[in-house]
Design a protein. Structure first.
Ligand code: HEM
Length: 544
């Protein structure tokens, strides 16, 4: 490094330290002030904005003063296998956070790192050491080949607070353990029902019946808000399938369940600077308290409805008929790793909450479909063909094999949305792609690039379901992993595929959806969650 940049770095380091100390003090004072002295929300808001501007200024100054980056490791250094991976420059306090600025989705910055530094990029985000992994081979190294080193999850304070102070209560954010293995094993017969098994037929009957009931409520041409419609279907399918309980649509507890789950789903899908800059957490305290309250209300409704007196009534040795039975049986029989009833209830809540993932995904899928009337017509033609051939009224789950185009639409929507893989964490010192990775390093696996790279897909920005079809058969390229892979892979991907298929096929075989004039149907990418107020469509019964 030359002397000019050296002195720039020294000057800027001092400036950073000063600004960050002021900022830190201001932020800490802010919370105290809010709690104790200032009753007026206007004053609090003004101070908050001041702190935000200070942070923005701080970051902007950063960019201007110190634009030099650490060059990728030299050839000599690269010779040593356990070298730290190359990466962007880390600044005091914020680390390399500013590198994520200016992208629609932070994962686009990760793709840029891939081009600059190769498959493994090391960086610090605030106070957290991280690596970004690009390319399917290196991603498989983390998810499959050496997963036993990388099967933990981030220890963000936010995750702890979201799960009653203990992230180990959560199926998706806990670290790996014998208990997590047992929880996953217990789920398999329910979330991965084998074709034509008893559970598969039960799921089919539940979903077909639920869609039938909803369709009864939509008569002639109407304008329909799609989100409450699909969330309602998905939630009742999940409640019946996993807990043998059906809610009446008008039951206020059902409405509360839907709303609360959806708000929490939105929250866990957000990335916050506070995850990496814990001193910002006080700014989120109110919101986190609200989330805690929403989760508490969900637990209360589930206990009052789905659970009822099932725990007390359970007789040992009975055959579990649903997921609730499996959980109760595990807790009471005490076989396998100890599972407290409290923890089991969190697992149930997580799985029932899976309906939000499917519902939000479907809202986005319908968003693509309404922009492509030719896609809608092809789904309808495929569905009509099946119904005619088999002389029936509703599409069933086993019809998937005869409707590859509809399946391809689901794959294409999953690809374009490019929901990120939940970050993993190294549970020991290890290595990725020949670079050293320290214990507790956060690992971002860039599946955005696997879904969107022009090197892997023709015209990746375009919605083209045909790319998943070859000779009329569905094909999935190896590098397409929207549900992750390996021991921490998604536990709900088969449910997502089955439910999405049934809901898309049955709704579109009965109705044609169209845009409402003036509405923006662009689909936000990089996360599954949609805002509470999402698309409305015109809905026209097809027999009209
Ligand atoms: C469009 C819908 C969905 C997408 C795109 C999706 C995607 C993902 C991804 C990428 C992961 C992380 C995988 C990894 O770390 O390697 C994950 C984990 C998980 N998903 Fe999903 N998911 C969806 C729906 C669901 C549903 C419906 C459920 C529940 C029925 C579910 C339950 C889970 C669980 C429990 C985990 C954590 C597994 C673990 O950490 O051991 N997901 N999902």
């Amino acid at each position: 490094m030359d002397s000019v940049s050296h002195s720039l770095l020294n000057t800027s380091s001092t400036a950073y330290l000063m600004v960050s100390c002021c900022l830190l003090t201001l932020l800490m004072l802010l919370h105290e002030l809010k709690q104790k002295v200032i009753a007026s929300s206007d004053v609090y808001q003004a101070l908050r904005e001041l702190a935000a501007s200070a942070l923005a200024l701080f970051i902007r100054n950063d960019t201007e003063v110190a634009s030099a980056e650490v060059a990728p490791a030299s050839n000599a250094e690269q010779d040593s296998l356990l070298q730290r991976a190359p990466g962007p420059r880390n600044y005091p306090i914020i680390g390399a956070l500013k590198e994520l600025n200016g992208y629609e989705v932070p994962y686009q910055a990760f793709s840029e790192f891939g081009k600059r530094y190769g498959p493994v990029t090391a960086l610090r985000l605030g106070s957290v050491n991280a690596v970004v992994v690009n390319g399917i081979e290196t991603i498989k190294e983390v998810l499959i080949n050496r997963v036993q080193h990388f099967d933990s999850r981030p220890n963000f304070r936010r995750y702890q607070l979201l799960f009653s102070g203990n992230k180990e209560n959560s199926l998706a954010f806990c670290d790996w353990s014998e208990l997590q293995k047992a929880r996953r094993d217990m789920l398999v017969p329910h979330t991965f029902p084998r074709n034509f098994s008893g559970r598969f037929h039960e799921l089919n009957d539940i979903v077909v019946d639920e869609i039938g009931q909803i369709m009864g409520g939509v008569g002639r041409e109407a304008t329909v808000a799609i989100k409450p419609l699909v969330l309602g279907i998905c939630a009742n399918v999940f409640a019946q399938y996993f807990g043998s309980y059906r809610f009446e649509a008008q039951d206020p507890r059902f409405q509360q369940l839907l709303g609360n789950f959806d708000q929490i789903f939105w929250e866990v899908n957000q990335g916050y600077a506070a995850d990496f800059l814990p001193f910002l957490l006080p700014l989120h305290r109110q919101n986190l308290k609200r989330m805690d309250r929403l989760a508490e209300e969900i637990r209360h409704v589930i206990l009052e409805t789905i659970i009822g007196d099932r725990y007390e009534r359970w007789t040992e040795g009975s055959e579990p008929r649903d997921y609730v039975d499996s959980l109760i049986d595990h807790v009471k029989s005490k076989c396998g790793p100890a599972l407290e009833w409290e923890t089991a209830l969190f697992a149930l809540e997580d799985i029932i909450g899976g309906h939000s993932a499917v519902g939000n995904f479907l809202v986005k899928a319908f968003g693509y479909i309404v922009q492509h009337p030719e896609v809608q017509q092809r789904i309808q033609a495929e569905a009509d063909g099946v119904l005619e051939r088999h002389g029936k009224q509703m599409i069933e789950l086993h019809d998937r094999t005869e409707m590859p185009y509809t399946e391809a639409v689901i794959m294409e929507a999953l690809r374009l949305i490019a929901s990120p893989i939940v970050p993993h964490v190294a549970n020991q010192d290890s290595h990725i792609g020949g670079y050293a990775v320290e214990k507790d390093t956060l690992i971002f696996l860039n599946n955005y690039d696997l879904s969107m790279s022009p090197e892997l897909w023709d015209a990746p920005e375009r919605f083209t379901p045909e790319r998943f079809l070859q000779g009329g058969r569905l094909v999935k390229p190896d590098h397409f992993i929207p549900f992750g892979a390996g021991r921490r892979s998604c536990m709900g991907y088969r449910m997502t595929q089955l439910l999405s298929f049934s809901i898309l096929a049955n709704l579109l075989r009965s109705y044609t959806i169209g845009p409402v004039e003036g509405q923006d149907y662009r689909v936000p990418v990089g996360s599954l969650a949609m805002p509470e107020q999402s698309y409305t469509f015109t809905v026209m019964p097809r027999s009209c």
